[in-house]
Design a protein around this ligand. Structure first.
Ligand SMILES: NC(=O)c1ccc[n+]([C@@H]2O[C@H](COP(=O)([O-])OP(=O)(O)OC[C@H]3O[C@@H](n4cnc5c(N)ncnc54)[C@H](OP(=O)(O)O)[C@@H]3O)[C@@H](O)[C@H]2O)c1
Length: 274
């Protein structure tokens, strides 16, 4: 039976992908960082594992366990992630570091830990990026930077893993109906403070935290496209899915910067002087 391991299965895209791969006949190792989510995933019939993707010791233990098990992995999905929304300079290096620990460094470290298992089955790595890696908006610079980094890492990984027999595919979702915006909103509230130079524009920050839920596409559309692509003999390098996934990269490539700045600054209130 084919085996898939997915990170961040407590909710949203990860949870839906876990069910979709199970329904497609895979044995799914569904991982989550909270014990209560692991228990719930276990009750849903998964081989559930506790995994915070930033926890080096947990990753080493997982690699060891897979080595002892010896059966290998067909599909690894690096899905866990969150949006550090807020003014770039308010959060500073510490916010960027934490964002990159989860969204970027973990993509490398999880794949590194699972590489021997992936090689056994000539497996596939699926990296969940975002159109935000190509289309940068105000108050999301840190998140956009992390997904731009995922894109670049994905490209390098794809060419470097090919001679080892491991394939690599990036998924760039647009707006998808998940808890992402609730979590992004909570991140934004951490930075919104009267001492910030951007306090007068706080409603724009809040609007950006909700932007991923702008006419969002159902998560079932993501699972349908990912399963279909992952099961091809030669999976595509890139899968785009969800509201804005086609238009936003095109706008970023074709529209003059000054025009795009005006539109985006208006959208998030930065055209107002305070
Ligand atoms: N929804 C969208 O519109 C959209 C668009 C483009 C890209 N994406 C990407 O899609 C992926 C999934 O997001 P989602 O939309 O499904 O949002 P979500 O419902 O908030 O799910 C995010 C998942 O990541 C997990 N996670 C976060 N940090 C983690 C860590 N350190 N270790 C392990 N798990 C961790 C969360 O676990 P907890 O429950 O423990 O926090 C949760 O399971 C993310 O990479 C996101 O950037 C989403």
């Amino acid at each position: 039976m084919p085996i898939a391991l997915i990170t961040g299965c407590s909710s949203g895209i990860g949870h839906a992908l876990a069910h979709a791969f199970k329904n497609a006949g895979y044995d799914v190792w569904a991982t989550a960082r909270k014990v209560e989510d692991v228990a719930r995933l276990h009750a849903e019939g998964f081989f559930a594992l506790e995994l915070d993707v930033t926890d080096a010791a947990a990753l080493a233990a997982l690699a060891e366990r897979l080595a002892q098990d010896g059966s290998g992995i067909d599909v690894l999905i690096n899905n866990a992630g969150y949006g550090a929304i807020g003014p770039l300079l308010d959060g500073g290096a510490e916010t960027i570091r934490r964002q990159f620990e989860t969204n970027v460094f973990a993509v490398v470290e999880v794949t590194r830990a699972l590489l021997p298992a992936l090689r056994i089955r000539q497996g596939l790595v699926v990296n969940i990026g975002s159109v935000s890696g190509l289309f940068v908006t105000p108050f999301a610079g840190v998140y956009c930077a992390s997904k731009a980094a995922v894109h670049a890492i994905n490209e390098g990984m794809r060419m470097e893993l090919k001679p080892l027999g491991v394939r690599v595919m990036e998924v760039q979702p647009g707006a998808i109906d998940t808890r992402f915006a609730d979590n992004a909103g909570a991140q934004a509230e951490l930075l919104i403070a009267p001492t910030s130079p951007w306090w007068p524009w706080r409603e724009g920050i809040r609007a950006r935290s909700r932007a991923s839920q702008d006419r969002p596409t159902p998560v079932s559309e993501v699972t349908r496209k990912v399963i279909e692509a992952a099961q091809r003999a030669t999976p595509p390098a890139l899968v785009r899915v969800g509201n804005g996934c086609g238009a936003l990269p095109l706008l970023a490539a074709l529209v003059p910067t000054a025009w795009l700045d005006r539109v985006l600054m208006k959208r998030f209130g930065l055209n107002q002087k305070h």
